[in-house]
Design a protein around this ligand. Structure first.
Ligand SMILES: [Zn+2]
Length: 410
């Protein structure tokens, strides 16, 4: 029987399509409150190389993480597992998740391989996010190209999808040392000296990709299904390629198609004249906004004259109320007539349940007045001695609130 410190047999290296297997528990520990399980052999791929770990179950108990340390693979199992060291357990991997990871990971190989083959671009970084994946391509070692344009990326996208349609075989070769492995047309220098696994997409004499990798890959490129580049951005002297592969690329197409279909319906357009129709609508909206602003300025002028007339007719508290004007407009009215105020001007907006206070030469301290009175109607607000505002929770209380202010200032 295997012991806890012996290397775990990696069943995913022997058969990447293994979904169910039995194994013997060689160690079961609780570390930081978590069940840590070591099996003699496992098909669960541990997190690494940019690929997230497999999930699944051991005897029906869900796995939340799988990682490798010094050749031993550890499984974090939730709940209270009913098995012990020495027991035989039934394991099942979450195949949908694994297959999606294989599609995405292999898609990354093909894309990186084609950037290398066509432009001499070297993959210097890989990120496999939930939403999309990125690779960082460096052109520094190649003299022929100085940048990756969108057209160049589209060319790589087309070539990568051709590799998929040709259903190129994806092969894995294991080498004991780097001497033999280095003879292959690798796109990246080897980082390890022994137990090297080389993954090749297509013919090894002229591969679409050839690189050292310990991840999980489908047997044929056709299983990747589809590769779609989303964005190319310049990043720290390199080019960051955002892309999707496999099922995720299809979902992305489905979502975007639905979005375009909704926009087509909204703009009575088809996919070919949608943008044109949106631009026409934007132009119309711009003309409406200009016209609206002209009307607004005319209305404001009228309201200012009305307010001036009301101020000229009274040396006490003057109250005016205007509809359909926003805070900025009401402030503009008040500020335009300040020098004509004798005591206090109140501009009321029932729409916004707000009263604006304006006074001149500290005839009334507006801020102080709001502070002393607004709370009586559960209102809030404030300001300075010549300008303030009170906002009441209920607009219907505004008339009685104004009565209160008049009494307060008597
Ligand atoms: Zn790989």
């Amino acid at each position: 029987m295997k012991t806890a410190n012996m290397n775990t047999i990696k069943l995913f290296q022997e058969n990447v399509y293994m979904r169910k297997f039995t194994a013997t528990v060689v160690n079961k520990n609780i570390e930081d409150g978590q069940n840590v399980i070591v099996l003699d052999q496992t098909a669960f791929f541990p997190v690494g190389g940019g690929q997230s770990s497999d999930l699944g179950t051991i005897n029906g108990f869900p796995i939340s993480d799988v990682y490798e340390k010094n050749g031993v693979i550890f499984h974090i199992v939730n709940g209270s597992p009913d098995f012990n060291t020495g027991d035989m357990v039934n394991c099942e991997i979450d195949w949908a998740r694994r297959f999606k990871n294989m599609q995405r990971h292999c898609g990354e190989h093909i894309l990186s391989g084609m950037f290398f083959k066509e432009y001499g671009g070297v993959n210097q970084g890989f990120h496999m996010g939930e939403e999309y994946m990125t690779i960082d391509i460096s052109l520094e070692e190649n003299s022929g190209f100085t940048e990756i344009t969108w057209d160049m990326a589209k060319n790589i996208e087309n070539l990568s999808n051709k590799v998929i349609w040709e259903n190129a075989p994806v092969t894995t070769r294991c080498f004991k040392n780097r001497e033999e492995a280095s003879k292959l047309p690798l796109r990246k220098a080897l980082a390890v000296d022994e137990n090297i696994v080389i993954v090749c997409v297509g013919n090894v004499e002229n591969p679409s990709d050839c690189v050292a990798c310990c991840g999980t890959h489908p047997a044929f490129a056709g299983e990747v299904g589809l590769i779609k580049i989303l964005k190319v951005e310049s990043n720290k002297g390199m080019y960051r390629i955002h892309f999707k592969a496999g099922e995720e690329a299809l979902f992305d197409y489905q979502n975007k198609h639905e979005l375009v279909a909704k926009l087509n319906s909204k703009y009575s357009a088809n996919t070919f004249d949608l943008l044109e129709k949106i631009l026409i609508q934007e132009e119309k909206n711009k003309a409406f906004r200009t016209q609206l602003n002209t009307f607004r300025q005319l209305l404001l002028k009228e309201r200012i004259i009305e307010t001036e007339n009301a101020l000229a007719a009274s040396d006490g508290i003057v109250v005016v109320s205007f509809e359909a004007l926003k805070t900025d407009d009401l402030l503009q009215i008040g500020r335009s007539v300040t020098d004509k105020i004798s005591k206090l001007l109140l501009i009321v907006s029932y729409d916004e349940s707000t009263i604006f206070f304006f006074s001149k030469d500290k005839a009334v301290d507006c801020g102080k007045l709001v502070k002393e009175t607004a709370h009586i109607y559960n209102g809030k607000g404030g300001g300075n001695d010549t300008q303030a505002r009170a906002i009441l929770p209920k607009a219907e209380n505004i008339p009685t609130y104004i009565d209160l202010i008049e009494k307060h200032l008597r």
